[in-house]
Design a binder for this molecule. Structure first.
Ligand code: EZ4
Ligand code: CO
Length: 422
């Protein structure tokens, strides 16, 4: 290295030194602007703060306590730039590893630290993750109807809004309630105030109905539109194989959560029988929920997302492993993921090569006002925007007007009363 280069190098080193930052405080906020959200705010001695989403639908206060009572005391005085070391400290340091509550809390800290890092360096988080691998993030919306006709009307509405990919769910004849069919269309929210509501289920009725839904949609909308469907963990592997086979003529973008995936090996049976692409993983919380699915190429899309999948630090490693095995990403993005998690997902989506698609359920006006954000929708794509950090803020004063309200996801029983998966 010549003398002028050395000078330049020393200069850049001293600039880096100047932005050394320390965590001084962290606070947890719980608010209900239409639904409950838990938000972590980490403050630093430089005045820069970072936000993390810590929302776990129906178990919100457990994560809030995990953060306030157990994690925040360990964060004070740490350097927020050390995202890898802090992640390892919280994951390994707990001794009790994994689980949705622990991993959501770790994810919230991780998100907030990446937000701080981006703000301190005055650049969007995607630039710290590899930059922009694409011009926008293709999203899918939710068309829900009480019957096939109503679902088709909803699909048409999303198409008019510019969506290129749409998830379609329909009520099942003979069942009083079905997953995905809501009262309030654009703001579908499965959690309900009070104690858990009960739904009823029949696999037989469901398997007869779904192929009819997609036959009707392909007839009406043609071949170009991407169509998706969520089984929501309600079949056995051989039943999922039958459904996948019967849907092949309608070439779905994906069939989601066909079975519960605690038994990763179960997907071998589905895979042997159908070419319908498979997606799974919105409830996964670490690589150990998905390593067999990925390495045996049993799925096509992994639905893990930043808030429930251990944060950006963990998810980018999982995406790198998935890339080798032809598995693409398909981050969960329902209304119970706050705009902070949505933004973090978009920075991740735009940066990885093996991005597949991003779920996008619109939040209520109140939620968007509590969380002003730089991401925006255009022509079927979301873009994270070019604000430094994650590009989301939190209006504490407005949030105070919406106190926590107890709410649960539904539970599900078979027609004879047997407890089943929701
Ligand atoms: O039921 O986010 O694909 N999306 C989904 C969601 C989930 C909720 C659970 O909190 O399955 O609607
Ligand atoms: Co789902």
């Amino acid at each position: 290295m010549g003398a002028p280069d050395l000078k330049l190098w020393l200069h850049s080193w001293s600039c880096f030194e100047e932005i050394s930052v320390k965590i001084t405080d962290a606070e947890v906020f719980v608010t209900c602007p239409g639904r409950n959200f838990v938000t972590l705010k980490i403050s630093t001695d430089e005045g820069v703060y970072g936000l993390g989403d810590a929302t776990l639908n129906g178990r919100e206060l457990a994560v809030a306590s995990y953060l306030s009572d157990h994690l925040i005391p360990c964060l004070i005085g740490r350097d927020p730039f050390q995202t890898e070391d802090v992640w390892q400290y919280l994951y390994r340091g707990a001794y009790w590893r994994r689980g949705p509550v622990t991993m959501t809390a770790i994810a919230a800290v991780d998100m907030a630290l990446w937000d701080i890092k981006g703000k301190a360096l005055k650049t969007p988080v995607y630039n710290l993750l590899g930059g922009q691998s694409r011009t926008g993030v293709m999203v899918y919306g939710h068309a829900n109807g009480r019957d096939i006709e109503e679902t088709a009307e909803e699909v048409a509405k999303y198409q008019e809004l510019g969506y290129l990919a749409i998830r379609a769910q329909s009520g099942i004849p003979g069942l009083p309630s079905t997953y995905g069919v809501a009262k309030d269309k654009l703001y579908y929210e499965p959690a309900e105030k009070g104690l858990p509501p009960e739904n009823a289920w029949s696999t037989e009725k469901y398997l007869l109905h779904v192929p009819k839904l997609f036959e009707a949609l392909r007839l009406k909308f043609g071949d170009d539109l991407h169509l998706l469907h969520d089984v929501h963990h309600r079949l056995t592997p051989i039943e999922a194989a039958r459904l996948g086979k019967s849907l092949e003529p309608y070439h779905l973008f994906w069939l989601e959560d066909a079975v519960t995936a605690e038994l990763q090996e179960g997907f071998r049976i589905i895979r042997q029988h159908t070419t319908t692409p498979l997606a799974v993983g919105e409830v996964f919380n670490s690589i150990w929920d998905a390593h067999i699915l990925i390495q045996e190429q049993l799925i096509d899309y992994l639905r893990m997302t930043v808030v429930h999948g251990g944060g950006l630090t963990h998810l980018k490693k999982i995406a790198a492993l998935a890339e080798i095995y032809h598995v693409r990403t398909g981050c969960h993005g329902a209304t119970d993921l706050s705009p902070v998690a949505m933004a973090a997902a978009l920075h991740f989506d735009i940066s990885v090569n093996n991005f597949g698609i991003q779920e996008y359920m619109r939040h209520t006006k109140e939620t968007d006002e509590v969380f002003p954000h730089s991401y925006s929708f255009k022509g079927g794509y979301l873009h994270p925007g070019d604000a430094p950090g994650l590009g989301v803020d939190y209006d504490e004063k407005l949030a105070d007007k919406f106190p926590y309200e107890r709410a649960y996801l539904p539970v599900n029983r078979k027609l004879d009363g047997t407890m089943f998966n929701w």
